[in-house]
Design a protein around this ligand. Structure first.
Ligand code: MLC
Ligand code: AMP
Length: 486
């Protein structure tokens, strides 16, 4: 079985002198250039003591060197452990404590002491000038060896590292290239962050398997995407990206003339957005469904009918089933828990056998936490999530993580964090609070949140109520709060 490094090196061999990373305002780097940078960065990591199997925690802004850094880890068998660039020091420290990395890579001045070797990544040039061993060559990896550790939270509010192996990433990359008929002449517009499955593995691996150029935008920006479109063939986005593209009068069928594939995922896309996009551009959006723990599971077909409201068919090698509360299979058309199996399913949560066991059936199938049903033809229709996770602009936000902080603030008796519908973000975070005596000032609450949580997780509104609605078991009825406040 091929390792991820072998797959990516072999796939890009014939494109060595072709453009790979094309920043909008700087010259392109070829595949050979990027592999060379990756080799140099791998040398710098090695110089700081990182050895195959070690974790490397990374908090850097999106850039060509961020991609090279990822490939450096792939080459040298290090476990790529990215952290959102807007994460707070407290959030970064949590990952460092949990993942126990050999090296931390950061492009910002570190406010707290990091008690392990640090590679300061203020620019790739600095790393290239590093006097450590250059031109690091590929390290052999077994299929079960870890390639990445991606942190994702859950009902407990504490993030867990999803362990993704070489075999997971290789299987998913191949299945996607096949599902979307990736072509040698494809050009990808990349406007996604580089610390999630979507921007990192789905987008980059498809492009690399095709030896394709990637127009690497520093962040999503509708105007920049539209400017890149005439030279491109593929765009991958979250629903908020499509809502923002539709809000731009520059989006029309002429602008999309060279495009062949638009995909969406990470959050549900409304049928209204699907229809508006097709009407304006003449293109369908191929909606697919995935998770950090599993990569992409299903996709609407590239050739064949795309059905809005469904996320399509299981990818090659992926098995899907729907089960009832007792874990028994239910027939097509019946709503239940979505469970999956296949070479793409992760190896469990890092040092959390309890959490791994909770989400895994005895026969090894993974319980996604999503609720849905299979159509008679095998398409999956998602109908909700079993937990109360909020997806805002394609970012998962876990209410428990915010509630734990709010509940500790003096003057707050209790809190319930919910997601309310939002045209732009899909859902926006709202905190419903019960005061304990005199309610604290909003500024004080926001200051406490500011120290602990990245800003995108902060509630957009604070709503004070006399009490939270509860069922007879004493559990807060968030659906009632959502209904009242929507
Ligand atoms: C930023 N902000 C958000 C936000 N992103 N608020 C809520 N939800 C978000 N997602 C806040 C910031 O804190 C800031 O607030 C303000 O919005 C402006 O920040 P910004 O950085 O300028 O935002 P913007 O560039 O507009 O980014 C929004 C976005 C971006 C939707 C374009 O978040 C994005 O590209 N999301 C994609 C996420 C993604 O790739 N998900 C894939 C997960 S993988 P303030 O108050 O500080 O001013 C996965 C598996 C799968 O789910 O199936 O793919
Ligand atoms: P993450 O944990 O960030 O990987 O998010 C995974 C979750 O995003 C899934 O469990 C789904 O709830 C959601 N998701 C991904 N793609 C879709 C989609 N196309 N439609 C609805 N929800 C989606």
């Amino acid at each position: 079985m091929t390792s991820l490094a072998e797959l990516l090196l072999e796939s890009t061999e014939n494109a060595a002198d072709e453009p790979f990373l094309v920043p909008p305002d700087a010259s392109a780097l070829t595949y050979a250039d990027v592999w060379e940078r990756a080799g140099a960065i791998a040398g710098a990591l090695h110089g700081r003591g990182a050895r195959p199997g070690d974790r490397v925690v990374i908090q850097v802004d999106k850039s060509v060197d961020n991609v090279a850094l990822y490939l450096a880890c792939v080459l040298s068998g290090l476990v790529f452990t990215p952290v959102n660039p807007v994460a707070t020091t407290a959030e970064l420290d949590y990952v460092i404590d949990d993942a126990d990395p050999a090296v931390v890579v950061t492009d910002r001045p570190t406010e707290t002491e990091i008690d392990r070797p640090v590679l300061t990544f203020d620019s790739g040039a600095a790393v290239l000038a590093d006097d450590t061993e250059r031109r690091f060559h590929r390290v052999d990896r077994d299929p079960t060896d870890l390639a990445a550790l991606l942190y994702t939270s859950g009902t407990t509010g504490t993030p867990k590292g999803a362990m993704l192996t070489n075999a997971n990433l290789v299987a998913n990359a191949r299945a996607l290239v096949d599902a979307w008929s990736w072509r040698d002449d494809d050009v990808l517009i990349h406007g996604l962050p580089l610390f999630h499955v979507h921007g990192l593995f789905v987008a980059l691996h498809c492009a690399m398997l095709g030896g394709s150029p990637v127009i690497l935008l520093p962040r999503f920006d509708a105007e920049a995407v539209l400017a890149a479109m005439p030279a491109a063939t593929v765009f991958m986005g979250v629903p908020t990206h499509y809502v923002r593209l539709l809000a731009d009068p520059g989006l029309d069928s002429r602008r999309c003339g060279s495009m062949r594939l638009f995909t969406s995922g990470s959050a549900p896309m409304t049928e209204t957005v699907h229809a508006a996009f097709t009407q304006r551009t003449g293109h369908r959006i191929v909606e697919r469904y995935g998770m950090t723990e599993t990569g992409i599971l299903t996709s609407n077909p590239y050739s064949g009918e795309c059905v809005p409201g469904t996320v399509g068919f299981a990818l090659n090698g992926v098995e899907l089933r729907i089960t009832d509360d007792d874990g028994a299979d239910v027939s097509a058309g019946t709503t239940g828990s979505v469970e999956v199996n296949g070479p793409n399913v992760f190896a469990g949560y890092w040092q959390r056998p309890d959490a791994t066991a909770e989400s895994t059936r005895q026969d090894g199938w993974f319980v996604t936490g999503d609720v849905g049903r299979l159509e008679p033809d095998g398409r999956l229709r998602l109908e909700g999530r079993s937990g109360d996770m909020v997806i805002s602009g394609g970012e998962n936000i876990y209410p428990r993580e915010i509630e734990l902080i709010l509940d500790q603030i003096e003057g707050i008796a209790e809190s319930a964090v919910i997601g309310l519908p939002d045209e732009d973000l899909g859902e926006r975070v709202v905190a419903v609070l019960v005061a304990d005596g005199e309610s604290p000032a909003e500024a004080a609450i926001r200051a406490t949140l500011g120290d602990r949580l990245a800003r995108f997780k902060h509630p957009r509104a604070l709503v004070w109520v006399d009490e939270l609605p509860r069922n007879t078991m004493g559990k807060v009825q968030k659906h009632r709060l959502r209904d009242q406040l929507s």
